[in-house]
Ligand binder design. Structure first.
Ligand code: C2E
Ligand code: MG
Ligand code: MG
Ligand code: MG
Length: 291
């Protein structure tokens, strides 16, 4: 349940990672059914320009709209999907839903970049690249508005293979972000050979900003490194004005977190962004303001 990222109830918290327990098998079957029944949906969380407070994009997050258990966060089902082949189908579904919605917004005059999470398991499977390009073509969503977020893990085993798979995607204009940056064990030499242009600073460092000088130093170091590598940086999990002020003062370009908005369904996103824009100068979020 490490990745629930919220306070939603999870009905299989207790499942051990590697056990082929009864529960896990049941969940796998249910997920299979959910995919056929169109119960997998997506939520959007805005990404905000730290300095101007403009909405500069959104992250797409998978949700399972379970008929009995309500809306479930990915912490409840991504692990199981990753360990079976279901992650491919789930990932395709999420990407297609995202691109379709992105296209609708584009047709309404809002050119919103979208970041979609992909697991390393998906990236490494043959056919991934072709399917991403297919989905872009079918939905008519521009490749240059799509970013793929890959969580930093030890599993980034074979940079050559990943780079090779990513090449046609990069050529099409898709960008790649390293998610949860700072929590994995990948070496910088290793990361350097991968096709990323964005760091997403893990929430754990952001939540430490207020009272942990190590967190502050780590965040400043990531920002400095990003600057000299010409990477973009998104701070995840920004919950307080104080955190936002620190990030803005230290040159972080983009922030995402409950301070601005929780992940929400597409039909709320439009209204939310209008209200956020119309809120004018956002005195509540003024950089350097006292808490
Ligand atoms: P992530 O990609 O790092 O996404 C950020 C998570 O942090 C989201 O949780 C989001 O709701 C949560 N979050 C955002 N702002 C705040 C904040 O201010 N405070 C707190 N406490 N949490 C915040 P969510 O939606 O539960 O997703 C959890 C993880 O599941 C994601 O982490 C991502 O690794 C994975 N995931 C989500 N959707 C997909 C998907 O479509 N495919 C794959 N492969 N993984 C996905
Ligand atoms: Mg992410
Ligand atoms: Mg993550
Ligand atoms: Mg993350």
């Amino acid at each position: 349940a490490k990745r629930t990222g919220g306070n939603r109830a999870c009905f299989f918290n207790e499942i051990e990672r590697d056990s082929r327990s009864h529960e896990r098998i049941r969940l796998e079957a249910e997920l299979k059914r959910a995919l056929l029944a169109d119960e997998i949906t997506i939520a959007f969380q805005p990404k905000i320009d730290c300095a101007t407070l403009r909405v500069v994009g959104a992250e797409v997050l998978a949700r399972w709209d379970h008929p009995e258990r309500g809306l479930l966060a990915p912490g409840c089902f991504i692990d199981v999907a990753e360990e079976s082949d279901l992650i491919t189908r789930l990932g395709d579904r999420v990407l297609e839903l995202a691109c379709r919605q992105g296209r609708v917004w584009l047709d309404h005059g809002q050119r919103l970049p979208l970041a979609v999470n992909v697991s390393i398991r998906q990236l490494e499977k043959p056919g991934f690249t072709a399917r991403v390009l297919d989905i872009l073509e079918i939905t008519g969503f521009p490749a240059e508005l799509l970013q793929l977020e890959v969580t930093e893990t030890v599993a980034m085993g074979d940079p050559e293979r990943i780079s090779e798979a990513a090449k046609p995607l990069l050529e099409a204009g898709i960008t790649f972000a390293i998610d949860d940056f700072g929590t994995g064990y990948s070496s910088l030499a290793h990361l350097q050979r991968l096709p990323f242009n964005t760091f997403k600073i893990d929430r754990s460092f952001i939540s430490g900003l207020a009272d942990d000088h190590h967190s502050r130093s780590i965040v400043q170091t990531i920002l400095a490194m990003a600057k000299s590598l010409n990477y973009e940086v998104v701070a995840e999990g920004v919950e307080t004005e104080e955190q936002h002020a620190f990030l803005a003062e230290n040159g972080c370009t983009t922030a995402q977190g409950f301070l601005f908005a929780r992940p929400m369904p597409a039909e709320h996103f439009e209204a939310w962004s209008k209200a956020f824009l119309m809120d004018g100068n956002h005195p509540r979020l003024a950089v350097g303001a006292q808490p």
